[in-house]
Design a protein around this ligand. Structure first.
Ligand SMILES: Cc1cc2nc3c(=O)[nH]c(=O)nc-3n(C[C@H](O)[C@H](O)[C@H](O)COP(=O)(O)OP(=O)(O)OC[C@H]3O[C@@H](n4cnc5c(N)ncnc54)[C@H](O)[C@@H]3O)c2cc1C
Length: 495
């Protein structure tokens, strides 16, 4: 098929996370000359794990949803050409993918298990919340619809807007109130919204349903490290002729008369391109533009966006004879009397590259006090008070894990990271974990984020459509759709 004159020739992508690499692979598959610029020394962003004392610690991939044949992530991996080089294992073989643990005996059951399959999930809901019989039917019907739309890749076939499903923007909280859900059911249904970093009260129901449908359809763990996954994506891009330049921090985007010209690196080196894609946070891209490159209204819209919260995490070694690997995830859920979920802790115990130990990973939201006094400091230079504070919090989290999981014996902390770590590692404003908050309150301001006010400058990455591996890759396809135009996209991208 002949190329239209607007078909991108020379494409620069800023950032080599799953967003940058998947956008690069799609474009390289269709003959574009793609160069990915990454500030760190290795590609992969949050998808990549890091190594401390010989132990691989994951950051942004704890489990993956929908990797069964015919499901959305499987279709994406096939299209991107990485299915065979990312080994995974199925979760839920013992009937549980996620176990939610509550400690509000007046309003909640002690625990709730998320199994594989929407039917089994619905059965568990009905067993745990018999008083919610009437509410469960319509709520689950809309999750089933979301699953069909998701696995049918409807968003790819939709027209010019982000995707046709965005009419389902009512906040989940409002819908649950309308159905007079019990606090217990409300808390269980709030958790998929937490996976996106959005409180259920303000989470557009489509995002909730998409997140729930993606994990309940099937859940998987990596049988390799996040670094291997990152290398699989990077290797595929190189195989298609793409280039990845690491240690290349973009400091400026060059624009003339609202048309893209290229980028400048922090070394002052200039690279020209007819298309530049910022696969990083939109506010960081805004900071790379000069005054006058975009209209004040665009500047105000992007700079005024609220971001998702940061994450605090501990990785620690537990002797294998004290605790076996857990085949499922555990969420310790804080609730209020209405069933809202102000915070939760996520636990995973997995085998790791230590013969005698399993690795306990705990994640929770990053609190403000770990952020404010040290915001102008850099890693390694935050002083004793910061180290003490994060060690204290890590110790408290481990003490809670001991109560929850049984006596874990001698625990050896491998690493602790805070929102500041994430800010400095991947350049996320405020250490935000999931980028721009996909809340109902800012649904208008977050629409069509793939486009910018500069011709030839586009955005991809987790902020443009939704976070997570699935949401971010969906965003990559959407960005390519905007670049190529709907007609050419439909003709070329045969997924
Ligand atoms: C703690 C945590 C746990 C998660 N767990 C899961 C999970 O279990 N399953 C799941 O599906 N999703 C999970 N997610 C979400 C998922 O990891 C993210 O949505 C996804 O990795 C985001 O990819 P990205 O490409 O948008 O951004 P990133 O991975 O942040 O990539 C951006 C890249 O751009 C680079 N960069 C930034 N600024 C510049 C610059 N100026 N010049 C050059 N390069 C630059 C950064 O170094 C980085 O490599 C998790 C996220 C977090 C934070």
């Amino acid at each position: 098929m002949g190329r239209t004159s607007s078909f991108p020739q020379r494409v620069l992508i800023i950032g080599s996370g799953i967003g940058g690499l998947s956008t690069g692979i799609i474009l390289a598959k269709h003959g574009c000359e793609v160069t990915v610029l990454e500030k760190n020394n290795y590609p992969g962003g949050l998808m990549r794990s890091y190594r401390r004392n010989g132990i691989d610690c994951s950051v942004g991939v704890h489990y993956l949803g929908s990797l069964d044949k015919g499901q959305i992530l499987h279709s994406f991996f096939d299209y991107l050409g990485v299915t065979d080089v990312i080994p995974v294992s199925r979760m839920g073989n013992e009937g549980v993918i996620d176990r939610y643990i509550f400690d509000s005996p007046d309003t909640h059951p002690p625990s709730f298990d998320m199994p594989t399959g929407i039917d089994s999930y619905e059965d568990n809901l009905r067993r745990s919340f018999p008083e919610d019989e009437a509410a469960i039917t319509p709520i689950l019907a809309s999750v089933r619809r979301a699953a069909t739309q998701l696995h049918g890749l409807e968003f790819l076939r939709s027209g010019d807007s982000d995707f046709s499903l965005l009419d389902q923007t009512r906040p989940l909280g409002e819908i649950l109130t309308d159905h007079q859900c019990s606090p217990g059911l409300r808390s269980v249904l709030a958790i998929p919204a937490c996976w996106l970093g959005v409180p259920a009260e303000d989470c557009p129901v489509y995002y909730h349903n998409m997140a729930l449908a993606s994990y309940v359809s099937s859940s998987w763990r990596l049988e390799c490290s996040g670094s291997n996954m990152a290398e699989a994506f990077a290797g595929r891009l190189r195989e298609l002729g793409g280039r990845i330049i690491t240690g290349a921090e973009v400091s400026k985007i060059e624009v003339k008369s609202r048309v893209i010209k290229g980028v400048q690196l922090s070394t002052k080196e200039r690279l020209t391109a007819d298309t530049v894609i910022g696969a990083i946070h939109p506010k960081v891209i805004l900071g790379m533009l000069s005054p006058g490159d975009v209209k004040p209204s665009y500047y105000q819209r992007i700079s005024g966006l609220t971001d998702s919260h940061g994450i605090f995490s501990v990785h620690a070694l537990v002797e294998k004879n004290r605790h076996a690997e857990l085949s499922y995830n555990i969420f310790k859920v804080d609730t209020d009397s209405h069933g809202n979920v102000p915070d939760l802790r996520y636990y995973q115990i997995r085998r790791c590259n230590s013969e005698k130990h399993n690795l306990l990973s705990i994640l929770t939201s990053g609190k403000e006090y770990l952020w404010q006094p040290w915001q102008d400091t850099i890693s390694g230079q935050r002083g004793r008070a910061y180290v003490d504070l994060k060690e204290k919090r890590a110790t408290d989290l481990i003490a809670e894990a001991n109560t929850l999981l049984g006596d874990l014996g001698n625990i050896e902390i491998v690493d602790i990271y805070t929102p500041l770590t994430m800010r400095d590692w991947v350049n996320s404003p405020g250490g935000s974990a999931y980028g721009v908050l996909r809340s109902a309150s800012q649904i208008m301001a977050t629409a069509l984020l793939s486009r910018t006010a500069v011709r030839g400058l586009y955005l991809s990455g987790q902020s443009v459509l939704a976070p997570g591996m699935i949401g971010t890759i969906m965003g990559s396809f959407n960005t390519v759709k905007h670049i190529l135009g709907v007609e050419e996209f439909r003709a070329l991208v045969d997924i």
